[in-house]
Ligand binder design. Structure first.
Ligand code: GLA
Length: 742
């Protein structure tokens, strides 16, 4: 207690307000309360009389003059639920009497496992605050980092754990942050899936106990995504309070959503503590990932619009060309031949496809798997990153030159972290893979995982990629990762330090991506992992787009895209129109339907265009041209999910509105209609009620008698009516609205 107060006196006491940016960060010295305001959000926590950092408020923005009294630690409820457990701490060490999820758990060299963190000092910045905590007796320091985004009110939280003692300590569990929500009844939303079936929005009542959402796979995973949203009471797509968050980590992660015995709700997330153990030698530090959190009082739709804006303006990387812009430009429309040719690539075939692609109006040509080593099937070649001389006798240059001469940029598929046992690399360096010596090495897709945590492996991967990019004019890498970990041993390290692989692998991955971008400032990268297995705010700091799923069926994609957009912006959501019937589920659909489904995100073409009829070519060309005209509204505008395709819905519809409300794009899809049940009237959202908008079709017709132009009020209140011919199976329509002079 005395120590804590000393810390308070030593601490920076200035309150810095940046009202102009709609952000303020203050410390009330008298009440010992920190307050962060941004967007429509206020977050407050303080130092209680015991010296613990206690959460106080997270919700809608309060008035500047509103103040909080010093927090009072919760009382002991009964002997079984003591004050240390009941007090909502910002970052609780496992010690004293903590029974709820700890933020930090440490074992000391002498066997002590008791850790109680008290406030030491703080530093206020214009955009956030750093608060230092320390164990009540031992020199373990934890610095909590908070940054608040002025526009969206999204908070970034993380922790640095430092051992200033003379003996090593082992960190067994380290969260980035713990969030506390006001006691209430909540619906938990999260995203689950499987290969080719990612992005299912899963909703359930938050009952007593702990709900764990996690990956133990060494990477983000298809099965669950590190995002949550908790909605209160009657919240829906448009109304009510929602607290949401996303963890920026592409290794094993865990988010624990807990409703405890007193109905207090906490969300704790960070490194997955399963099989975790990070040794900190004297003087060493461990940085946790960042856990972002936000608040909206406009339902799940409002929450996702904040996430999209935040990702576009604060997370996604820039190239040299976009550095000065507030957000990266919309993605180039790409062609990728994977579904057309698989690994059967060669110079003549790719050149022929490039000619066809250019004629469609495609901006970028991407060659997928199969161009390197002895890569004719997925049994061989990974690790040998030289151009296959039979397929490309003159190297990649002739193809790249051809692509450039057709006015497109060139992209290439790589899978840098993997090796096939049938490769020169593995024959030379069998010790480079994750393994426990003497134990089997489990193969998945006939491949093993290179241990990127090893400095020599990291240098090899950086080295071959840098060489590839230096020797060839490559604008874009599709960076794939086609299996999860097994036998995650790191036998170069002492036995008790091998688990550091869970941290160091991912850190090295980020370091390689950052270094490549630094050395090649125009390079763009897609994060792919057999589809959507590595999508999170960590990898998105270094990658410009993601491949959401290997499932390109246009109907399946509608619900995947719906789920995806709860957490991630359509800008990064690559979507290809491919061949029909679809290879996965044998569904036949029209090219128009396939194109419009893909146009909800960042469009690509993945069909065998060599076989397209003139009519198909003309349809795709027309729709790519129409897409280019409105692309920035679709991928960077405010998204309204008007009708969800989930739960067997016959219909679905989305709408996006650009930032100055001068343009809007509407997509409408039919799964199957029944007689007498036509497409519902679409009441649009987010327009300026007083402005007049002219409507024009991208595809389809409105009901006869519909106005060619009307006010925003008309479109939002009266709504948009589809033509009565808009019926049948797998039908799609799209319209643009442009503001016009009155
Ligand atoms: C993964 C990707 C596909 C394709 C193949 C190539 O499955 O998700 O798009 O690149 O690898 O082997």
């Amino acid at each position: 207690m005395v120590k804590a107060l000393c810390g308070i006196i030593l601490a920076t006491m200035t309150a810095i307000s940046a009202a102009a940016q709609s952000r303020s960060v203050t410390f009330d010295q008298g009440q010992q309360v920190f307050r962060l305001d941004g967007g429509n959000m206020t977050y407050a926590f303080g130092v209680n009389a015991r010296g613990e950092l206690e959460q106080m408020y997270w919700g809608g923005r309060l008035a500047a003059g509103d103040t909080f009294s010093r927090p009072v630690a919760e009382r002991e409820w009964v002997s079984f639920d003591d004050s240390y457990t009941n007090t909502p701490q910002e970052y609780a060490g496992w010690g004293a009497g903590l029974f709820v999820e700890p933020a930090l758990k440490i074992t000391f060299a002498d066997g002590n496992r008791d850790l109680v963190l008290h406030y030491e000092s703080h530093t206020i910045r214009t955009d956030g605050v750093e608060v230092v905590l320390k164990d009540i007796e031992r020199p373990v320091y934890v610095t909590l980092h908070y940054t608040v985004d002025a526009a969206t009110g999204i908070l970034a939280r993380s922790a640095t754990i430092e051992n200033r003692g003379n003996e090593p300590v082992t960190v067994e569990q380290a969260a980035a942050a713990a969030w506390r929500l006001p006691p209430a009844h909540y619906m938990l939303n999260y995203l689950t899936g499987r290969w080719a079936g990612e992005w299912n929005l899963t909703q359930e009542t938050l009952d007593a106990g702990a709900r764990v959402i996690e990956s133990r796979r060494g990477s983000t995973g298809h099965q669950a995504n590190p995002w949550f949203a908790l909605q209160q009471g009657n919240t829906d797509e448009d109304h009510g309070e929602v607290w949401f968050g996303a963890l920026a980590w592409s290794g094993s992660w865990r988010i624990t959503v807990e409703r405890d015995q007193l109905d207090a709700v906490r969300v704790t997330g960070g490194f997955n503590p399963f099989d975790f153990g990070y040794v900190l030698h004297p003087g060493e530090k461990l940085e946790t990932p960042v856990f972002y959190g936000g608040y909206s009082n406009q339902g799940l739709g409002g929450a996702s619009r904040l996430m999209h804006k935040f990702e576009l303006t604060r997370i996604l990387p820039h190239t040299a060309a976009t550095e000065q812009l507030p957000m990266p430009k919309p993605r180039p429309v790409i062609y990728n031949s994977w579904e057309a040719t698989e690994m059967n690539v060669n110079e003549a075939g790719q050149m022929a496809l490039a000619e066809k692609a250019a004629a469609l109006g495609v901006d970028r040509f991407v060659m997928d798997d199969g161009w390197f080593g002895q890569r004719n099937t997925d049994h061989a070649g990974l690790g040998d990153w030289y151009v296959n001389p039979e397929k490309f006798p003159h190297g990649l240059k002739p193809l790249i030159d051809k692509v450039h001469s057709l006015g497109m940029s060139f992209g290439l598929w790589v899978e840098p972290e993997m090796v096939n046992p049938d490769s020169d690399l593995y024959r030379k360096h069998p010790d480079w893979v994750l393994n426990f010596p003497g134990r089997p090495r489990t193969e998945q897709r006939n491949q093993l995982v290179l241990n990127l945590a090893r400095p020599d492996v990291r240098d090899y991967v950086l080295g071959f990629l840098d060489k590839l990019l230096t020797e060839n004019d490559i604008a874009f890498l599709k960076w794939d990762y086609n299996r999860n970990w097994s036998e995650p041993g790191w036998d170069q390290m002492p036995a008790n330090e091998q688990k550091a692989v869970y941290v160091d692998f991912t850190r090295n991955l980020y370091a390689i991506l950052a270094e490549l971008r630094q050395r090649h400032p125009n390079l763009e990268i897609e994060s792919c992992s057999g589809g959507g297995g590595r999508v999170d705010l960590g990898i998105l700091r270094y990658t410009d787009e993601v491949w959401p799923s290997d499932n390109t069926d246009p109907f399946d994609r509608l619900s995947q895209q719906d789920g995806f957009t709860y957490a991630y912006t359509p800008q990064i959501m690559m979507a290809w129109a491919t061949d029909s019937p679809h290879w996965l589920n044998n569904r036949s659909t029209s090219l128009t339907y396939r194109m419009l489904s893909a146009m909800q995100g960042s469009l690509g073409i993945g069909a065998n265009i060599a076989k397209w009829s003139d009519e198909e070519t003309a349809t795709a060309k027309r729709l790519i041209a129409a897409y280019h005209q409105v692309q920035s509204t679709i991928v960077q505008g405010d998204l309204y999910r008007l009708i969800s395709p989930r739960n067997g819905s016959e219909f679905s519809a989305t709408q996006t509105v650009n930032s100055d409300k001068s343009q809007s794009v509407v997509f409408a899809f039919i799964h199957s209609t029944q007689q007498g049940r036509g497409f519902p009237i679409l009441k649009l959202k987010g327009l300026d009620p007083a402005r007049r908008y002219a409507v024009s079709p991208i595809e389809g017709k409105l009901r006869s008698g519909s106005p060619a132009a009307a006010s925003g009020a008309w479109w939002m209140n009266h709504g948009m009516e589809m033509d009565e011919d808009f019926r049948g199976d797998f039908k799609a329509a799209a319209f643009r609205l442009d503001a016009v002079q009155q």
